[in-house]
Write a protein that binds this ligand. Structure first.
Ligand code: PRP
Ligand code: MN
Ligand code: MG
Length: 188
């Protein structure tokens, strides 16, 4: 077994569900952007979206348009379990996005604060279009409504970890999404 097995209370989204949904999202995004002239620019929001980006980009590669990858690191959570609303850029885009068709690749939309800030930021840089794909969304937690064109799973407002989602930087490598046992929070 793995070190984290004892910490997970239950699984809410399995590896198979993640794999199937990623293929489905990639198919939709590919169909909607089949003729985009310079391909799509996928912008991964580190660190949470790293796992999804890697799998989603390869899924697009099977049938979709060419993609380029860029990465931004922004943080609104720090060490806690709730969003502070304070967004910091830790790593900016490497290249100019003017005129590009951008797909923001996020692991989860929770309060929406990170994305609403980010969409304004990307639009101010004159992208031709900016759309969002998020693998997970907590619909009951939304504080700022954000237009997320492609959503994988709506999940309950519980603190979940795995497939990129962390608790104090740990559990990102868990291949499924699960709920931590309450005593794990009490420990920190
Ligand atoms: C998490 C998650 C999303 C964001 C969603 O990132 O990966 O990016 O919070 O929350 P929101 O909708 O309430 O803004 P976090 O800031 O924890 O950084 P990380 O990706 O490095 O874990
Ligand atoms: Mn994140
Ligand atoms: Mg986090």
């Amino acid at each position: 077994g793995s070190w984290y097995d004892a910490d997970i209370d239950h699984v809410i989204i399995s590896e198979t569900q993640i794999r199937d949904k990623t293929a489905e999202l990639a198919k939709q995004v590919s169909a909607d952007h089949a003729d985009v002239p310079d391909g799509l620019l996928l912008v991964c929001i580190l660190k949470g979206a790293a796992m999804f980006m890697a799998d989603f980009a390869r899924a697009i590669g099977r049938h979709g348009p060419p993609v380029e990858l860029d990465f931004m690191a922004i943080s609104s959570y720090g060490q806690g379990t709730t969003s502070s609303g304070v967004v910091r850029i830790l790593k900016d885009l490497d290249r100019d996005i003017a005129g590009r068709h951008v797909i923001v690749v996020e692991d989860i939309v929770d309060s929406g604060l990170t994305l609403s800030w980010l969409l304004r930021y990307l639009e101010s840089r004159s992208a031709a279009s900016v759309e969002v794909v998020a693998l997970f969304r907590k619909p009951e937690a939304v504080k700022v409504p954000v237009p997320v064109k492609y959503v994988g799973f709506d999940i309950p407002t519980e603190f979940v970890v795995g497939y990129g989602l962390d608790f104090a930087e740990r559990y990102r490598e868990v291949p499924y999404v699960g709920v931590l046992k309450p005593e794990v929070y009490a420990r920190s």
